[in-house]
Design a protein. Structure first.
Length: 105
């Protein structure tokens, strides 16, 4: 089975057993989390169920492998020419690694 679920304002496509990098969750390592905003489910036979906006009674269950990790640094550089204005900042987004254990349709 495959599913498209939403968490942290982003959508993720996953199968059972996949490792997915999601926005930072407030849970500890080894905790079980359930994503109930499932937008699409594709079963083993190839039947696709699309939600409007979500699929009824569908859930994606996952286990938190790593609760907090930092992403690569993104450089934000602003400059206005001929004005002497320069501003440089860096940002590292925090995210969690989860392993998808089960998809219920």
């Amino acid at each position: 089975m495959e599913a498209v679920f939403e968490t942290g304002g982003k959508q993720y496509r996953a199968k059972a057993g996949d490792l997915v990098k999601v926005e930072k969750l407030g849970s500890e390592d080894g905790a079980k989390v359930t994503f109930d905003r499932v937008l699409l489910v594709k079963d083993a036979n190839g039947k696709v169920t699309v939600g409007a906006p979500t699929v009824e009674n569908a859930a994606v269950t996952a286990e938190v492998i790593e609760s907090e990790r930092k992403d690569k640094k993104v450089i934000i550089f602003k400059m206005k020419r001929r004005k002497g204005y320069r501003n440089k900042n860096g940002h590292r987004q925090r995210h969690s690694i989860v392993k998808i254990t089960d998809i219920k349709a």
